[in-house]
Design a binder for this molecule. Sequence first.
Ligand SMILES: [Zn+2]
Length: 242
Amino acid sequence: MSNINIPILMYHSIESMPKTTVMRSLHVSPKRFQFQMWMLKILGYKGLSLRELKPYINGDKNGKVVGITFDDGYQNNLINAAPILKKYNFSATCYIVSKRIGTSNKWDLEKNITQRQLMSSSEIQKWLDLGMDIGAHTQTHADLTKIKYNIAFDEVKNCKNDLELFFSISIDDFCYPFGRFDKTTIELVKNAGFKSATTMNRGRVNIESNSLELPRVPVTHHTLPHLFLAKILTNYEDKRRP
Ligand SMILES: [Zn+2]
């Protein structure tokens, strides 16, 4: 069982949005999210945060598992997703932008992407109290491949420090903003002390995956039930590797 492929699902916002919304695909409706989690449950899967998933990736534990991740830390993750995750006894990792806590996804402004509220510190604490987990997504959602090494290192390391200080837990899991990374970025994430890093590269992970270059399975507004199943159960996503 150790050579199995494990999907790490990538979500952003869990909210119903009007048809005119720019990049509506980033929003999965609570109803659809509920259906997806229910489907995982009846198929015998357990949804796990990155912290809990790692032993399955490196072969120390066996079982039917999927990783569940949310990028950016939207308030609707707490309001709409957490109760559903809790209902099925699943956990998930939410990647937090430490200097944008309680504000909105300002980094998307120039692309005209709809602004959504990000969780405040007390809301992140509630997320944690529900048995969910958090990881780091830099201090300001910087494209790490476009800035100098020292600045990029501070973005990554200080985000870890911020979150560890605010919430008194270890922060071991990282997610590259905009899915942008290169050799140098991987090196600095390693030097900052992270144990895992997720990308926006598509595919499922297995024992051979580089822990600082983990591919994910995007779930969007367009992911209808049959496609969701194909993404989890087949090599549909693995074939989409560049
Ligand atoms: Zn992001």
